[in-house]
Design a protein around this ligand. Structure first.
Ligand SMILES: NC(=O)c1ccc[n+]([C@@H]2O[C@H](COP(=O)([O-])OP(=O)(O)OC[C@H]3O[C@@H](n4cnc5c(N)ncnc54)[C@H](OP(=O)(O)O)[C@@H]3O)[C@@H](O)[C@H]2O)c1
Length: 197
């Protein structure tokens, strides 16, 4: 299974650090070259162009919401890919999303891909602190998707990265707790929760 993170800004870097800490190979790409930043984060990061990065089996979207269409156009096909949507559509009027959850709206640009929302609910600076909470236990990452198998697969990745996955179900059900709608945040956004195993 190959992984890629598109966007190596604040949230992309925090996710990349999680991969680096576990020594898991991950391709990273941005509009500008990211070679120096990738080398700084860790040796398991592989800098590539966006066009090469979207060939990975699992593509993590860590770009501003509005630019998801640019990323969508970079792949010849999204068929069979797993896309992890870490974006938030704060400030986007719900009518511009045709009333859909933001990840479901993004999914329309990625025909054939399974889209899972994850890694979007914590501030990047909190996520960058890693999976171990100061009070003990593992920091929670929420996972939601309209595809149960894809959700389970991302939960496994979250666990492998050391975090505690909590699956919320479908995007327009539990997923609404971790997305922005217009100028309103879902109630679980910014909740830095911990699971004691
Ligand atoms: N910051 C947070 O605390 C946080 C937390 C959770 C979720 N999020 C969400 O994560 C997303 C990214 O936020 P951010 O704060 O990480 O933003 P950011 O720091 O501005 O980083 C955005 C990254 O996306 C890249 N990018 C922009 N357009 C691109 C394109 N067309 N193709 C490839 N790469 C592109 C930028 O590359 P260049 O620099 O090369 O232009 C940059 O690396 C947003 O949707 C945000 O809502 C943010």
């Amino acid at each position: 299974m190959s992984y890629a993170i598109i966007g190596l800004g604040k949230i992309g870097t925090a996710i990349a650090q999680a991969f680096a800490h576990q020594g898991i190979e991950v391709i990273v790409a941005s509009r500008r070259p990211v070679d120096a930043l990738a080398a700084q984060i860790g040796p398991s990061l592989i800098p590539r162009s966006v066009e090469d990065a979207v060939k990975a089996d699992v593509v993590i979207l860590a770009v501003p919401f509005a630019t998801h269409r640019d990323v969508a156009q970079a792949a010849q096909s999204w068929q069979g890919k797993l896309v992890i949507d870490a974006t938030n559509a704060l400030g986007v009027p719900p009518e511009e999303l045709d009333g859909l959850p933001s990840s479901a709206f993004i999914a329309r640009s990625l025909p054939g891909a399974q889209v899972v929302k994850a890694f979007n609910h914590l501030p990047a600076a909190t996520l960058a602190q890693g999976p171990k909470a100061p009070q003990g236990g593992r920091r929670v990452i929420f996972v939601s998707s309209d595809d149960d198998a894809a959700s389970a697969s991302v939960a496994t990745l979250v666990d492998r990265l050391g975090f505690a996955p909590v699956q919320l179900g479908k995007l327009n059900e539990g997923g609404l707790l971790v997305q922005a709608r217009g100028n309103t945040w879902g109630r679980l956004i910014f909740q830095d929760l911990v699971r004691f195993d």
